[in-house]
Structures are given as C-alpha cells and as structure tokens.
Design a protein around this ligand. Structure first.
Ligand code: NDP
Ligand code: 8X3
Length: 253
C-alpha cells in the first residue's frame, strides 16, 4: 500500500462533483493536491476548506497553451505528480444526432478528448522520467453501452477507454500505471450541465433512485491508486445498484 501522505495529485475538474470529492479524499489522507477548473470561486472555497495542501489552479482544459503554462508555473511542492486524475468533462444535450447542436458536440470533443489529451501530454513525460506515476481517467459506462441521445458524449468516452488501453501498451516497462474508471449514474452537477441549467430536467434523472455519489467514485480513485505498485487495474465500472440493462429495442411496422 502506497503512503498517501507522500503523494502529489493533479485533479482536473475539481470545482464540482467527482473531482471535488476526490480532492477532499486525497487531502484528508495527507496528499498534496492541485485542483483545476474554470470557476475560481469554487477553487478558492475548496482551498479555504482543505488548507495549504490544496493548490487551486484556474484553467480551461481546452486551452492547451494556458494549461501547459499553468502547470509549468506550479510551486516545487506541487509539480512532481504521482497521480494525474484527468476527470474534467461534460455531456451536453440528449437530442438525437440529427437534431443535436454542433456547438455542443464540439465542446464535448474539445473537453473530454482534447482537454484530456493536453492534460496527459503535459504530465506524462515527468512520470516516465521519474519511473513512477498513475494516470486515472473518468471514462463512463456511456463509452461501453449506447443509449439514445448519447451519440457524441458516449463516443468521447469510448475514445477515453481505448486511449487508456493504448497508453498501458505504450507505458509497458515504465512503472507508470493507467486506469479508466467508467461510472454509471452518479448524482453531481453532470445532468444540470447536460440540460444547460434546467434543474427540473436534471432532477428528474435522479428522482426516486439511489444513484452513486461523487464520494463513491472518489473512493474508487483512491483505491485504484493505493494498490501495490505491481498491480494495475486497467478498467473499473462502478454502477449504482439500482441501475441495470435494457433489452435491444426493435422497431416494428
Ligand atoms: P460535474 O459537472 O459536477 O463536474 C464536472 C467538472 O469538470 C467541473 O469541475 C468542471 O469545472 C470541469 N470542467 C468541465 N469543463 C471544463 C473545462 N473546459 N475546463 C476545465 N474544467 C472543466 O460532473 P461530474 O463530477 O459528474 O463529472 C466529472 C467527470 O465524470 C466527467 O468527465 C463526466 O463525463 C464523468 N462521468 C460522470 C458521470 C455522472 O453520472 N455524473 C458518470 C460517468 C462519468 P468548471 O465548470 O469549473 O470548469
Ligand atoms: C455519465 C453516465 O449514463 O449519463 O457518463 O452517460 S450517462
């Protein structure tokens, strides 16, 4: 078991939901955490809550240059990452492909795919050079299973899944580990964002269910990075117990 108090952790998308819960989990275990997001006031609030072991970094992961520059300027104590949790992401819209917004599609690709790639490319060389590290992604069940309206969101998460597996291939022998966590239904601000701020619609997603919590996923992130160094958990797919599968849909007539 690795000693969490020796870890330096980068978490993208720490202003809310899974990222915020994971920042809390690591800081409470004694780790130093750099948490990113676009909402400065949320980052400052987290810093006030968690103290000096939380370093807020306001940056949009879609901005490759800004992300690189922000990471370059980190203080020495927060630079050598043992864990990089590339978690920032979003779904926008639930319309079928022929009615969906192209702007929404682009924002998902730019954030969930390109932002994740910028995060990895900026941090991976250091981990490889140090001969130790762990990249964790927030994939999704949507990267494995299709559903109506999941079109581009699910495709971005399928990209993340395959990228994770290909990274494992590239990193063989480097002692850098990679895990894709692929959650099902988690109650966060995810649906509020998906429905462009419509709280009635987003509340309906979780109504009368017991979804996973952000803390459930934070615990899984903490777990996969805490197993002994000779163990790599490639993929993990936590579901809410209330969530299951549907049969194939057949259109008749
Ligand atoms: P939240 O909406 O609560 O959190 C999303 C986080 O991503 C926020 O911190 C947000 O920060 C950040 N983010 C979004 N866009 C950007 C950007 N351009 N630059 C920087 N940060 C950004 O949702 P979740 O916690 O649920 O989502 C976290 C991850 O989990 C996402 O990748 C999502 O796809 C995935 N996921 C969620 C599931 C769920 O059911 N909730 C299930 C499976 C996967 P800010 O807005 O301040 O920039
Ligand atoms: C989030 C889970 O089912 O809303 O990735 O796509 S789902």
């Amino acid at each position: 078991m690795l000693d969490p108090s020796t870890l330096t952790v980068l978490i993208t998308g720490a202003t809310s939901g899974i990222g915020a819960a994971t920042a809390r989990r690591y800081v409470l275990a004694g780790a130093r955490v750099v948490g990113t997001g676009r909402r400065t006031e949320r980052l400052i609030a987290l810093r006030d809550e968690l103290g000096a072991n939380f370093h807020p970094l306001e940056v949009d992961v879609r901005d490759k240059a800004a992300l690189g520059a922000a990471l370059d300027k980190l203080p020495d104590a927060f630079r050598a990452f043992n864990v990089v949790f590339a978690n920032a992401g979003l779904a926008l819209g639930l319309e079928p492909a022929h009615a969906a917004s192209l702007d929404d599609w682009e924002e998902m690709v730019d954030t969930n795919i390109k932002g994740l790639l910028y995060t990895v490319r900026a941090t991976l060389p250091g981990m490889v050079e140090r001969g130790e590290g762990h990249v964790v992604f927030t994939g999704s069940v949507a990267g494995d299973y299709p559903y109506p309206g999941g079109n581009v969101y699910g495709a971005t998460k399928a990209f993340v899944k395959q990228f994770a597996l290909n990274l494992i291939a590239d990193l063989a022998g480097t002692r850098v580990r990679v895990t894709n966590i692929e959650p099902g239904l988690v109650e966060t601000e995810f649906s509020l964002v998906r429905f462009h701020g419509d709280s009635e619609k987003s509340g309906g997603i979780y109504a009368n269910t017991q979804p996973l919590t952000a803390e459930d996923i934070a615990e899984q992130v903490f777990f996969v990075t805490s197993v002994p160094r000779h163990v790599n958990i490639n993929r993990i797919q936590p579901f809410a117990t209330c969530q299951s599968f549907s049969p194939f849909k057949i259109t008749r007539g």
